[in-house]
Ligand binder design. Structure first.
Ligand code: GUN
Ligand code: ZN
Length: 443
C-alpha cells in the first residue's frame, strides 16, 4: 500500500526522559505483540497488534518477526573512527597508549584513500552492532572528517563528528597552529553542518594537547555557531589530571580549563569524568553539559570506575560510549554489560532498564536529539535495531528458563553481542541483515 511499511514483532522503548532511576521502569514500554507503521523514513505509530488489527487495510503487507525484540537504534556517545584499526593495543595506560599507538595511527589520516576506506569500514561496524547514531572523533586532518561525513551521508545516517584540534604535546605530523585549526574547522562546518542528518562537533582533543590560544579559538567558534556540538575528554586518568594542573596553574580545576573558554553547556559532551572533585561535579551539572560513560575503555586502560550515582544526584545528562579504540568493542550491549560490572565494583546496581535507557532515549536526550530520535514516538526518525535474544545455544538455554521480562532483557544485556543484532534499519530501511551480510543502501 503506497509507501507505508508495517512490522509486527515485540517492541521495547522508553516513552519519556527521566530525572531519577526510580522512574525508569514506569517510562519503559514493552509490547509483546505490536505493530509498527512507518512512512517516508519516519514512525507513524506503534500499537498493540490487537488494537491495530481492527483498523488495518487488508492490502498492507506486514513483515512478521515473531522471535525478535525491536528497540530504537543504539546511540554511541563517544568513539574515534581512526582508532578502529588499533583496537586492542597491548598493555599501556592513557598517556603512553596515546604516544605509542594512537598518535602513530592517526598520523596516517592525511591520506584521503585511507580515510575513505576506514570511514566505510567503521560505519559498517556501527551498523552490524545495531548502532544507528554516533558522536565521532576524526583526526586532526580535515580530510579524515570529509571522508567520514561523505560515507555517513551516503548511508543516510544521523551522525555527529568533528576534526580533532591540537597544537601541542603530540608528534609534529599531528600538530597545527590555532589559526590553521580554525580555518580547517570553518571549512568543515560550511561543508557539512546540518547537511542532511549530519552535525558538526568542535573537537579539541583534551586540555594537554591544547594551548590556551587554541582553546580561545574553540570558544570563539562556539559563540559564533551556538548550535554546534562540542566534544572532548575530561578527567580520565590520574596522571592526566596532574598534568593538566601543571599546565594550567591559573585554573581552579580541570573542568575550569574548558569552562573558562566557554566550551561547556548544552551540546557539550565530556567523555569519562572519572576523577572529578565535588566542585567539578557541581559546576558540570550547573553548566548543563553532558557526560559520555565509556566502561570498556575505562577498564581496558585502567583509568578508573565511573560513579553512576553522581550522574543521578546531579541530574547530568549521560550517554554511553564505546570509545573505540581504547574501548574494546563496537557493541553497546557488551558495553552495557561492562557498565553493569563497573557498577558492581562501586556498589551501584545498574538495572537493565537504566542500561538500555543510556543507550537509547537517555543518550538522545544527552545529545539534544530526543526530539527526533530515541524511541518509537510518532514522527520520530525510523532508526531501529531488530534483536535476536536467542542467537546462540547458550542464550537459547538461558532465555528458555527466564521467567520475567526484566530477566530476559537483563540476559540480552549481559550475554548479547554482535550475533544478537539480527537487523539494523535506517530511516525505515534495512541496511544490515545478519543472515544476508550487508545489503547496500537503496536496495
Ligand atoms: N584523551 C585524549 N585523547 C584520547 C583518546 O584518543 N582516547 C582516550 N580514551 N582518551 C583520550
Ligand atoms: Zn575518547
Amino acid at each position: 500500500m503506497n509507501d507505508i511499511k508495517a512490522i509486527r514483532s515485540s517492541f521495547f522503548d522508553f516513552t519519556r526522559s527521566v530525572a531519577d532511576p526510580s522512574e525508569l521502569e514506569g517510562s519503559a514500554r514493552f509490547i509483546e505483540d505490536g505493530l509498527l507503521l512507518l512512512k517516508a523514513g519516519k514512525i507513524i505509530s506503534l500499537q498493540s497488534w490487537n488494537e491495530a488489527q481492527a483498523r488495518l487495510d487488508p492490502r498492507l503487507e506486514i513483515l512478521h518477526l515473531p522471535d525478535n525484540i525491536i528497540m530504537p537504534g543504539f546511540i554511541d556517545s563517544h568513539i574515534h573512527y581512526p582508532q578502529t584499526e588499533m583496537i586492542g593495543a597491548d598493555g599501556e595506560q592513557l598517556l603512553d597508549w596515546l604516544d605509542h599507538y594512537t598518535f602513530p595511527t592517526e598520523s596516517q589520516y592525511h591520506c584521503p584513500d585511507r580515510s575513505a576506506g576506514m570511514a566505510s569500514f567503521f560505519l559498517d561496524q556501527l551498523l552490524r552492532n545495531g548502532t544507528t547514531t554516533a558522536m565521532v572523533y576524526g583526526t586532526v586532518h580535515a580530510q579524515s572528517v570529509d571522508a567520514l561525513f561523505a560515507a555517513a551521508f551516503e548511508r543516510h545516517m544521523r551522525l555527529i563528528a568533528g576534526k580533532v584540534m591540537m597544537d601541542r604535546h603530540a608528534p609534529d605530523a599531528l600538530l597545527e597552529t590555532p589559526g590553521q585549526s580554525e580555518e580547517a574547522t570553518r571549512g568543515l562546518i560550511a561543508r557539512w553542518h546540518n547537511k542532511g542528518r549530519l552535525s558538526y562537533a568542535l573537537t579539541p582533543r583534551f586540555a594537554p594537547t591544547s594551548s590556551p590560544e587554541l582553546l580561545a579559538v574553540v570558544g570563539r567558534l562556539r559563540r559564533e555557531f551556538p548550535d554546534l556540538y562540542l566534544q572532548t575528554h575530561l578527567s580520565e586518568n590520574t596522571q592526566e589530571v596532574a598534568w593538566v594542573k601543571a599546565l594550567f596553574p591559573e585554573r581552579v580545576n580541570y573542568f575550569d580549563v574548558y569552562r573558562h573558554h566557554g566550551l561547556t553547556g548544552r551540546k557539550s559532551v565530556f567523555a569519562h569524568c572519572l576523577h572529578l572533585d565535588e566542585q567539578e561535579w557541581r559546576d558540570l551539572a550547573h553548566s548543563r553539559s553532558a557526560i559520555a560513560f565509556c566502561p570498556t575503555s575505562n577498564l581496558f586502560l585502567g583509568s578508573g570506575l565511573f560513579d553512576l550515582q553522581k550522574k543521578w544526584d546531579w541530574r547530568i545528562p549521560l550517554g554511553i560510549g564505546t570509545d573505540v579504540g581504547a574501548g574494546t568493542t563496537f557493541n553497546l550491549l557488551q558495553t552495557l554489560a561492562e557498565a553493569y560490572k563497573v557498577g558492581q565494583l562501586r556498589g551501584y546496581r545498574l538495572s537493565v532498564y537504566e542500561g538500555l535507557y543510556h543507550a537509547t532515549l537517555g543518550a538522545a536526550h544527552a545529545l539534544s536529539l530526543d526530539g527526533v530520535l530515541g524511541n518509537f514516538a510518532p514522527g520520530k526518525e525510523a532508526d531501529f535495531v531488530v534483536l535476536d535474544p536467542r542467537a546462540t545455544p547458550l542464550q537459547r538455554l538461558r532465555q528458555a528458563n527466564s521467567a520475567t521480562l526484566r530477566e530476559r532483557l537483563f540476559l540480552l544485556m549481559i550475554l548479547g553481542d554482535d550475533r544478537t543484532i539480527y537487523q539494523t534499519w535506517i530511516q525505515g530501511k534495512p541496511v544490515y541483515r545478519r543472515d544476508d551480510d550487508e545489503i547496500k543502501q537503496g536496495a
